[in-house]
Ligand binder design. Structure first.
Ligand code: PLP
Length: 401
C-alpha cells in the first residue's frame, strides 16, 4: 500500500522537479561516506564563514526571543529597513527610500527566487553569466523560464563581455543576473567592466538583478561596485544582499532586496505567499549587526587573508593556474585541465589521495568544468595542512604521468 502511494506520488511530481539532476556537490559527499573517510577528510567545500556570530548580534537575538514576536510588517521591521537604506547610501552609493524600496527577506536565497518569480512568465529569458551560483539557473527553470548562459572571462581577472550580453538580449529577456564578488571563482568585476555592462542595460532597458552577498570580502585592493550606483541604473537594478557572509549569520536566514518602489510592491505579493515575513528574531539581530560595532571584522579579515595567501602561494608554487585572481569571497578555483580528469573525477581524486573535499566546477555551469572550487573559510591550521596535501598529491600525480 505504502509503495503504491510512493509510486503514485512520484508520478505526481512537477516535471521541473523530476528533471533536476542530483547536484555534484552532494555526490562528492556520498563518495566520502562510501570510502568511510568522513572523520579523516578536511572539508574545503563549505560556503559559509566558520566564525561564531559576534556577541552583540547574539545578544540582540536573545533579547528578541523574550519579547513579543508577531509577524513583522511586510517589508521588514521599519528600523531595519532604515538601517539597510543608510548602509546602502553610505557603503554602496545607492539612495533608496526605506519605506518603499527596501524589503527584508529570508536570506538572499528567498530574495532571488521571489525576484525571479516576480519577473518570469513561462518561456521568458534570464541572462546568466557562467560559472554561476546554481540557484540562478535552477530557480529560472522551476519557473519555466530559460537561463541564457554567457561565459565569464576567466583570465587574469574576472571579466564579462558587454557585447556577449547585448547579443543575447531578445524580446523575451527579463533580466541579466550578475554576481560579483563571484562564487565560485572568487573574481571581482572591475568598475570599468560594470560600467560597460550598465551601458548595455540602459540602452536595452534591461533590468539587472545583482547578487552582492560577498560585497565585504575583498583582498589585494579589490573594489566592490554596486550596479545600482552606476549612471542610469538606480531604477533598473534589483540589488540583493545578505547578512549571511558578512556577519557569519548563514543559519539565521536574513537578507534583503532593494529596488524601485514599483518592483518592490509586486515583489511583496510573491514574497508574502512564500514567507509572510522574514524571521522577526533574525531581523532584530540584523539590525544590531548593521548598527553595532564592526571591530570583529579586522580579526576575521586577517584569518581570511592569511588563509588565502597560504592557499594561493602554495598552489602557484606547484604550478597550478588560478583564474580571475580570486580577490573576493573566500573561494579559490583551480584549473585542473592538466590532471586529465573532469572536475568530478578530480574531486574524487583529492578525496582519495589528499583526504580533501572540494567542489566540482561542473556544478557551477558549463564554464565551471575544468576547475574545482576550494573554500578557505575555515581554521588556518586546516588550510595549511590542506594546501600541503593538495600540492603533494598533485606532485605525485605528475611524477606518475
Ligand atoms: N548568493 C550566493 C552567490 C551565495 O553563494 C549564497 C550562499 O552560499 C547565497 C546567495 C545565499 O545566501 P543567503 O544565506 O543570504 O540566502
Amino acid at each position: 500500500m505504502r509503495l503504491k502511494f510512493i509510486v503514485a506520488m512520484t508520478d505526481k511530481l512537477a516535471r521541473t522537479v523530476k528533471s533536476m539532476p542530483k547536484s555534484p556537490f552532494y555526490a562528492i559527499l556520498d563518495y566520502v561516506a562510501e570510502l568511510g573517510l568522513d572523520k579523516e577528510v578536511i572539508y574545503l567545500n563549505q560556503g559559509e564563514p566558520h566564525f561564531l556570530t559576534p556577541p552583540h548580534i547574539r545578544e540582540a537575538a536573545k533579547k528578541a526571543v523574550d519579547g513579543n514576536n508577531p509577524y513583522t510588517p511586510q517589508p521588514g521591521i521599519p528600523e531595519l529597513c532604515e538601517a539597510i537604506a543608510k548602509k546602502l547610501k553610505v557603503e554602496n552609493a545607492i539612495s533608496v527610500d526605506p519605506g518603499t524600496e527596501v524589503f527584508v527577506t529570508s536570506g538572499a536565497q528567498a530574495a532571488l527566487y521571489a525576484a525571479l518569480q516576480t519577473l518570469i512568465n513561462p518561456g521568458d529569458e534570464i541572462i546568466v553569466p557562467s560559472p554561476y551560483y546554481p540557484p540562478y539557473v535552477i530557480d529560472t527553470q522551476i519557473l519555466n523560464g530559460k537561463a541564457v548562459i554567457v561565459p565569464f572571462g576567466l583570465g587574469e581577472s574576472l571579466t564579462l563581455d558587454p557585447e556577449e550580453i547585448e547579443k543575447d538580449v531578445t524580446d523575451r529577456t527579463k533580466a541579466l543576473l550578475i554576481h560579483s564578488p563571484n562564487n565560485p571563482t572568487g573574481g571581482v568585476l572591475s568598475r570599468e567592466n560594470l560600467k560597460a555592462i550598465a551601458e548595455v542595460a540602459v540602452r536595452h532597458q534591461l533590468p539587472v538583478i545583482t547578487d552582492e552577498c560577498y560585497e565585504k570580502i575583498l583582498f589585494d585592493g579589490a573594489e566592490h561596485v554596486s550596479m545600482a550606483s552606476l549612471p542610469g541604473m538606480r531604477d533598473q537594478t534589483i540589488t540583493i544582499s545578505s547578512f549571511s557572509k558578512t556577519f557569519s549569520m548563514t543559519g539565521w536566514r536574513v537578507g534583503y532586496l532593494a529596488a524601485s518602489a514599483d518592483f518592490v510592491k509586486s515583489f511583496a505579493k510573491i514574497h508574502h505567499t512564500i514567507n509572510i515575513c522574514a524571521n522577526s528574531i533574525a531581523q532584530r539581530a540584523a539590525y544590531a549587526a548593521l548598527t553595532g560595532p564592526r571591530d570583529f571584522w579586522a580579526d576575521w579579515y586577517r584569518v581570511y587573508e592569511t588563509n588565502r595567501k597560504i592557499l594561493v602561494d602554495s598552489l602557484k608554487d606547484a604550478g597550478v593556474r588560478i583564474p580571475a585572481r580570486a580577490t573576493g569571497t573566500f573561494y579559490v578555483m583551480i584549473d585542473i585541465t592538466g590532471m586529465n580528469m573532469n572536475s568530478e573525477e578530480a574531486c574524487r581524486f583529492f578525496v582519495r589521495e589528499a583526504k580533501i573535499v572540494l567542489t566540482p566546477g561542473s556544478g557551477f555551469g558549463p564554464q565551471g568544468e575544468g576547475y574545482v572550487r576550494m573554500s578557505y573559510a575555515t581554521q588556518t591550521e586546516k588550510v595549511t595542512l590542506a594546501a600541503e596535501r593538495i600540492t603533494g598529491s598533485l606532485k605525485k600525480l605528475k611524477r606518475k604521468s
